[in-house]
Design a protein around this ligand. Structure first.
Ligand code: DHB
Length: 311
């Protein structure tokens, strides 16, 4: 049984897409609906349509290490995703998550207000962690600005909502961020992690950066971020009692999903591997996780969620 609950909603299984992958257009989202994912989340929306950064802006890295991207928030504009949410079949058993990534607090307010007014059974996830828009630092690394944004957005959203976080690398940052999140009762989950921001991939032969935007700097994903992701999931799982964590980062098989749940994840998202393999990845990894649970004698995710042993 791979079922789980997030933000009060039931997911038939714990897997879905990492926001940004297979979720910009209705055609992408249809593939997610038809897949064996347990849920789906839309591409981070801005107030207006955005073309994003120049290509090449995403590339897989050699030998299964992961990927680098500097997409630059290409998206259809929030009204497109609001319209999708209005027409979504909520009886389908797959809950719908909507990612919002306004370029300013004022834009986030306007977008949240529009979703609140529509009064839909989807869950809002505010993205504090896009590393790829030139001149726009990640809110997740500015604790004061993040608390200020939550002071405005949490009462406005009223219903349970989540935030997408960048990876943190210092215990003091886990402590400070968690203390902020614990002030907001309707902030019911955090999604950890967004890409490890501003890596640089260089081709050995051509001696050139692999992607075009930002002199080649871009967010890293895939296997190389697994351990950073597990640490962030577990750090927030330990610090946010009564809230939930969605794990994302480094999933290539059922084994990494199992590790995310051991670290404390209530659901697990797939980014790089979904991009490379396509939506059939969900059927494969659900099967792999089921086999692992049978081999280990676990009947439900609850039996091992957060139960990582320490020495
Ligand atoms: C983009 C990347 C992110 O990591 C994110 O959270 C939002 C947008 C992007 O480059 O499109």
């Amino acid at each position: 049984d791979l079922s789980t609950k997030v933000a009060g909603l039931s997911l038939p299984n714990l897997l879905f897409n990492a926001s940004g992958v297979c979720c910009q257009t209705e055609a992408d989202l249809k593939l997610m609906i038809e897949s064996e994912s347990g849920s789906l989340i839309t591409k981070s929306a801005t107030y207006e349509y955005r073309e994003g950064n120049p290509s090449p802006r995403y590339l897989p890295l050699p030998s299964g290490l992961g990927s680098i991207n500097s997409m630059g928030l290409p998206n259809e504009g929030y009204e497109y995703y609001l319209n999708f949410a209005k027409n979504y079949d909520y009886s389908s058993k797959k809950p719908l998550f909507i990612s919002l990534s306004g370029l300013s607090l004022a834009d986030n307010v306007k977008m949240c207000e529009a979703f609140v007014a529509a009064d839909l059974p989807c869950v809002l996830e505010v993205n504090f962690s896009c590393p790829n828009v030139p001149g726009k630092p990640q809110l997740g690394y500015d604790m004061e600005a993040m608390e200020n944004a939550l002071n405005v957005l949490a009462p406005l959203i009223k219903k349970p909502f989540g935030v997408k976080l960048p990876p943190y690398f210092d215990i003091a940052h886990f402590d400070t961020a968690a203390a902020i999140f614990n002030k907001f009762d309707n902030l019911v989950y955090v999604t950890c992690i967004n890409s490890v921001g501003n890596g640089l991939a260089i081709d050995f032969e051509t001696e050139s950066a692999l992607i075009k935007p930002k002199d080649g700097f871009g967010g890293l994903g895939g296997l190389m971020v697994l351990n950073t992701a597990l640490a962030n999931v577990n750090a927030f799982y330990r610090r946010l009692p009564g809230k939930q964590v969605i794990g994302v980062g480094g999933v290539t098989s059922g084994k990494e999903v199992f590790l995310h749940v051991l670290a404390g994840a209530s659901a697990v998202q797939i980014g790089t591997t979904l991009k490379e393999e396509g939506p059939t990845v969900f059927a494969r990894i659900n099967k792999e996780l089921t086999d692992i649970m049978i081999a280990k004698g676990y009947k439900s995710l609850d039996e091992f969620r957060g139960k990582v042993k320490t020495l």
